[in-house]
Design a protein around this ligand. Structure first.
Ligand code: ATP
Ligand code: MG
Length: 328
């Protein structure tokens, strides 16, 4: 049985990109592997969060994990800040990382671009992510394509620790879907869909109402042609929509192209919206049940307790290897 770890930031409403790129694999992997799925609140505060919104979104992300099909009897679901060892190991890894390698992170460049003041947390956050993964000695990390570079850094830091302090950490592998690893924004197909994008029209939120979903898809940017053809280099907008369609309708790209041949974009977008709604509606029903029942708090408590046993042990081992004086 492999160990699997991943997390999603409560930095806004979860999107279809998070679902297709990451959560669907969480659900898949829980049946065969030992899984740890976190609401990474310590990551979310690397950009300013309003306290009440952070609290609400943290609970919402956890409830969406369960609504999407994660079974808390099979996987550990918890909030990152509830397992205190993450922050402490994160600091230890920050001291192992170099400025140069953190400066190369494209996500840091994207998220800090054009900002007058950039938080130091945003800069060092990949070292905390490394701690999150390595603290459970994870073998596999199901993520979208945008996290590949951070995972490379995690592997480098694990290797560096092992070289300096003796072999201890497993070197983890990314687990990235073949199709849907980078769902693009609806308003700009050169950017990935992101829940923290201030333009809500750029993403489909898992909690958007069916009418909002229909409206967002009908307004999604396309080229001025009319051929429904998968061609990411020349038709990035339509290719992105085809990819979403393929996931939500469980149809191959070739079948989708054949179905809309000669019909233009109108019927394609209309059907796409219904397929997205058919995936999201049952998820929302489950989500509402979970939120109303209040059971999420118990799930998170148990998840954190189980996770902390492993995390505390790793932290103690690491501190011993690094030469910290143990308390007596
Ligand atoms: P933020 O804008 O706050 O960074 P986000 O939408 O990028 O939010 P994260 O919490 O950073 O979401 O990432 C959660 C998981 O979803 C990660 O595994 C990430 O790779 C994946 N993911 C995020 N956006 C996409 C996307 N557009 N397509 C596929 N996977 C994605
Ligand atoms: Mg992100």
């Amino acid at each position: 049985m492999k160990k699997v770890l991943s997390g999603i930031q409560p930095s806004g409403q979860l999107t279809l990109g998070n679902y297709i790129g990451a959560m669907q694999n969480f659900v898949k992997l829980q049946h065969s592997e030992e899984c740890f799925f976190m609401v990474v609140d310590l990551h979310a505060i690397t950009v300013p969060q309003e306290p009440a919104a952070l609290r609400e979104q943290s609970e919402a992300v956890a409830a969406l994990f369960i609504a999407a099909g994660i079974d808390p009897a099979k996987a550990n679901v918890f909030v990152q800040s509830h397992v205190r060892a993450h922050a402490e190991l994160g600091w230890l890894f920050t001291t192992l990382a170099n400025m140069g390698e953190l400066e190369r992170m494209t996500q840091f460049k994207d998220k800090s671009a054009g900002k007058e003041s950039v938080g130091a947390g945003l800069f060092v956050y990949p070292t905390l992510m490394a701690a999150d993964i390595l603290i459970y000695n994870a073998d596999l990390v199901p993520v979208g394509d945008d996290q590949k570079q951070h995972l490379e850094l995690t592997r480098d830091l694990a290797h560096r620790f092992n070289t300096r302090f003796g072999n201890y950490f497993t070197i983890p592998d990314p687990y990235i879907p073949k199709v849907g690893a980078r769902v693009m924004s609806l308003d700009d197909a050169s950017k990935k869909m992101s829940k923290s994008n201030p333009n809500a029209g750029s993403f489909i939120a898992l909690l958007d109402t069916p009418d909002v979903i229909r409206k967002k898809i009908s307004r999604a940017t396309t080229d001025s042609g009319r051929e429904v053809k998968y061609d990411p280099a020349n038709k990035p907008e339509i290719s992105n929509l085809i990819c979403i369609y393929s996931h939500c309708a469980n149809m191959t790209i070739a079948d989708i192209e054949a179905r809309y041949e000669g019909q233009g974009y109108g019927p394609f977008k209309k059907d796409l919206a219904e397929h997205v709604v058919s995936v999201i509606e049952p998820l929302q029903t489950k989500y509402n049940d979970i939120r109303n029942s209040g059971e999420i708090h118990q799930i998170l408590k148990q998840g954190a307790e189980r996770a902390a046993v492993i995390a505390d042990r790793t932290l103690a081992d690491v501190k011993e290897r690094m030469g910290f004086l143990p308390p007596r």
